[in-house]
Design a protein around this ligand. Structure first.
Ligand SMILES: Cc1cc2nc3c(=O)[nH]c(=O)nc-3n(C[C@H](O)[C@H](O)[C@H](O)COP(=O)(O)OP(=O)(O)OC[C@H]3O[C@@H](n4cnc5c(N)ncnc54)[C@H](O)[C@@H]3O)c2cc1C
Length: 384
């Protein structure tokens, strides 16, 4: 294996040659590359950047090379991450495939499922959505009712999902269904995969207060799901679902430590010229400084937790990162509104007002803050 210095040098040289200039800037809202059959690239540069990174497996740096990943060690992946940050490179691909179903397939999927799905995720060919929540199963996820009837070599699925992010744009869904109606609540659940073009799957967008419709109600009417598309064992989906949630929570927690956007301090400099003068309102000035300190602490804590982790998931620590990261992002949005005043009250897609409204959902998606506090209390602190 290459030593760290040589790897860093080679990575730096490769990025200098391969990262298009227009992909070296903070990512405006709405310009994320999500991949998928119907994805419209914002520019040729965005497409080239995704493809070049995917060819090296660097859209999934630590995944094994046999599934299209980069095969990097944790240490080399960190170096790659540092070098990408150093040139403010945009994420070449951000998807539920990479951060949610991919890790679950690596851990629990059959060889056939890994070969079928992982390389397509790395290349950004297929976009995934998450069919967990139902009208009466959110925090109480194990109360889900979508049922899968055994028909020999396949299941027939009927039920309804809700809050399914980008169900109307995704190509495949990973979905929790009840495969045994007679067993206890947490048993009898399976995680199944199906193509969104399968007959019987339909999605209806829900309009949100932020003015966009990223979520859908998803209806499953007599949907045929092959048995080879069950992740792990039939009726053993609950522990796989929880494992996947630890990856989702780590990913959502990253919203508080992201370097893809300017920090509040940097935005304050843009908005009011902190360098020339001082932000007149000293309370606001203090809040900006507090946020910057907390942002750095969150980044360092996330890095420490990842360094200390010896398994393929951060486990219950993901609840802590999710809770804190999402609160930090909500504070970020509040502060930007305060800093920019009336200028923030635009209604274009990247306006601060709309981001502020969207941030309210951060402490609900992936499990509410109250649920994260319950996990921290019970599983980390050992209370109750
Ligand atoms: C932006 C966003 C994106 C989402 N994307 C998806 C997606 O792609 N796929 C998907 O399947 N789902 C998605 N969801 C749904 C999300 O997972 C659920 O909204 C969430 O789990 C909460 O469930 P609920 O809305 O049914 O609220 P409920 O579970 O009804 O909770 C209502 C309130 O009661 C509190 N509460 C409930 N139980 C407890 C308890 N035991 N202890 C303390 N307080 C409790 C909650 O904290 C909350 O404040 C998304 C949600 C949002 C906001």
């Amino acid at each position: 294996m290459q030593d760290d210095t040589a790897f860093r040098q080679e990575t730096r040289t490769w990025l200098a040659a391969n990262c298009p200039a227009s992909m070296r800037s903070y990512m405006p809202v709405g310009e994320t590359c999500s991949g998928g059959r119907h994805f419209q690239f914002i520019s040729d540069d965005q497409k080239v950047w995704m493809q070049r990174m995917a060819e090296r497996g660097w859209t999934a740096p630590t995944w094994p090379t046999e599934y299209g990943g980069g095969g990097l060690t944790k240490q080399h992946a960190k170096i790659l991450h540092d070098e990408l940050n150093a040139i403010t490179a945009r994420s070449p691909l951000t998807s539920m495939g990479l951060s949610m179903i991919g890790p679950a397939l690596l851990e629990f999927g059959s060889e056939e499922l890994k070969q079928q799905h992982l390389p397509a995720i790395v290349r950004g060919d297929i976009r995934w959505c998450q069919g967990y929540s139902e009208p009466n199963a959110g925090s109480d996820l194990a109360g889900l009712q979508a049922k899968a009837e055994d028909r020999g070599d396949h299941f027939i699925v009927n039920g309804q999902k809700v809050w399914t992010t980008y169900a109307d744009k995704a190509d495949w869904m990973f979905c929790l269904v009840r495969t045994d109606l007679n067993s206890a609540k947490h048993s009898g659940i399976s995680l199944v995969l199906f193509d969104m073009t399968t007959p019987g799957v339909s999605a209806r967008p829900i309009l949100l207060i932020s003015g966009s419709s990223p979520f859908c109600e998803t209806f499953l009417d007599d949907v045929r799901v092959e048995k080879n598309q069950v992740v792990g064992d039939i009726n053993a989906g609950w522990s796989i679902a929880k494992y996947l949630l630890t990856h989702e929570r780590e990913m959502i927690g990253g919203i508080g430590s992201t370097t893809a956007q300017k920090t509040v301090g940097a935005r304050a400099i843009d908005a009011v010229g902190l360098r020339e003068g001082r932000l007149a309102d000293e309370i606001l000035r203090g809040e900006v400084a507090d946020w910057e300190i907390d942002f750095m602490s969150h980044q360092l804590t996330t890095e420490r937790v990842r360094d200390e982790s010896t398994s393929s998931s951060l486990g219950n620590a993901s609840a802590m990162l999710k809770l804190y990261g999402t609160e930090l992002n909500k504070r970020r949005c509040e502060l930007l509104l305060a800093l920019e005043g009336l200028d923030a009250m635009r209604w274009d897609e990247s306006s601060e007002a709309r981001l502020w409204l969207r941030s309210k959902g951060n402490s609900i998606e992936g499990g509410t803050s109250e649920i994260q506090l319950n996990i921290i209390a019970k599983r980390i602190l050992g209370l109750g």
